[in-house]
Design a protein. Structure first.
Length: 114
């Protein structure tokens, strides 16, 4: 079955950086478009970035120029490098395929606060 394990979150000051990782299993990772999503308290989950099997990327306007998504098909892992973090980036971050499977990981908490 599909398993997604996110890691790398934490507490960071505004302007700081974090790198999230997501290890996937149970899917043919190299053939899947993979995305990062986030859900802030009281808000719906939103997609912030995705990367295709061929390496093309797309970002939500709110993170464009600050976040970078990448993947390592040899490790079945997708990454999200987050720079210039803002308080409004505070959320639980998840990875999933596109379209998203019904199985979600536990997510990783990112808190941006001084």
């Amino acid at each position: 079955q599909v398993q997604l394990v996110e890691s790398g979150g934490g507490l960071v000051q505004p302007g700081g950086s974090l790198r999230l990782s997501c290890a996937a299993s149970g899917i043919i990772f190299s053939l899947n478009t993979m995305g990062w999503y986030r859900q802030a308290p009281g808000k719906e989950r939103e997609r912030v970035a995705y990367i295709t099997s061929g390496g093309s990327t797309s970002y939500a306007d709110s993170v464009k120029g600050r976040f970078t998504i990448s993947r390592d098909n040899t490790k079945n892992t997708v990454y999200l490098q987050m720079n210039s973090l803002k308080p409004e980036d505070t959320a639980v971050y998840y990875c999933n395929s596109l379209p998203a499977s019904s199985t979600w990981g536990q997510g990783t908490q990112v808190t941006v606060s001084s």
